[in-house]
Design a binder for this molecule. Sequence first.
Ligand code: KE4
Length: 433
Amino acid sequence: MTRKIEQSRKLQRRAEQMIPGGVNSPVRAFRAVGGEPPFIVRGAGSHLWDADGNEYIDYIGSWGPQILGHAAPLVVDAITNAARNGTSFGASTPAEADLAEIVLSAFPHMQKVRFVSSGTEATMSAIRLARAYTKRKYIVKFEGCYHGHADALLVKAGSGVATLGIPGSAGVPEEFTQFTLALPFNDTDALEQAFKKFRHQIACVIVEPVVGNMGCVPPARGYLEGLRAITERDKTLLIFDEVMTGFRLAFGGAQELYAIHPDLTTMGKIIGGGLPVGAYGGPSEIMDLVAPLGPVYQAGTLSGNPLAMAAGLATLRHLKEHKKEIYPRLDKLSGELAAGVALAAKEAGVPICYNRVGSMFTWFFAPCPVTDWNSAAKSDTEAFGRFFRAMLENGVYLPPSQFEAAFLSAAHTEEDIQQTIATAKQAFALAHA
Ligand code: KE4
């Protein structure tokens, strides 16, 4: 099938005149996979339609938020009803406490939460808060983990252990990353060495408890427990960045799944039901340092926006009420899909391996297993690009990068799964043609 792309191509050309690369977030430009990005005009359930009328089974789900599927009626109605009363007041509204209440119900250790407008704002604020609470400067992140684009977090992978971060983006002075340590994920020894070298100096460790941003990479057995023990021993705050995993892996996110209690949690994506929301939360003892109660400043014009609160509330209420059906079904269907595509690859003699936790997963065109950035980086991104383009051409929309997680929604059907596996069989056969 040769997909028509004239309209999308025209829209891309127009957008490029006014927006860098024609996109408002780099990954959407398809630089990592090649080909021309379709311009989406409609989503419904597990499907998307582009400007040329092509239909796709969608496994991006807006990079995680659309766990109920696109244009879920209960979410659309909630937003519409809220909008009829006004879109933003810059004043408190009842919906903010409504959403706070259900978020706190998912994370028992959390006593207070503050809403912001993106995951980046959430992680940036949580780190500022951790530094204020501990009166320490150093922070630890892990290679291959992404926590948004705040300066201190845009560091290149450190070469070896406990090397101070070097800026990973133009425009970030090295002074802004000199207190950021970038360590290998799933490596407890590296962490121990860093804490030995910077004893009592590390404010926080921020981690994706299940990594999505190098592709899906789960924590090794005992790794999160080690993280918790080492940070506790040195009185360093442990921040679980659950922007992606929160309400995705379980209603209580990765911390419910792995039974680990971080000190602070950052959230985003699903809690906004597809509208811009981020959040950070933890015990009152820490959160009460945030203005106006305490000296840690953080603010936002659209924080707690009524429409975003309504969309998040509708989504989380539905997830909470139906969690006993939704999460097991997401797990089952995702397992079928991930294994089915991997089998298709094997039968075509294409070497891939995959990681999956619940409904987030990645097929790696790399030697198995993929357990950290070093092993993920061994992926054949050209081969992934060919696979991606063949799938897109035949109506399956995967995340346009080898180093991203794919997502299933509650709207995906058994038919979607079988169709996707059949399309993968064709794609692998093509790759070997
Ligand atoms: P935002 O600022 O994009 O809302 O959230 C940043 C962020 C923080 N923490 C984690 C674990 C995240 O995955 C993200 C953002 N995720 C990417 C996808 N890997 C967003 C997609 C994009 O950048 O376009």
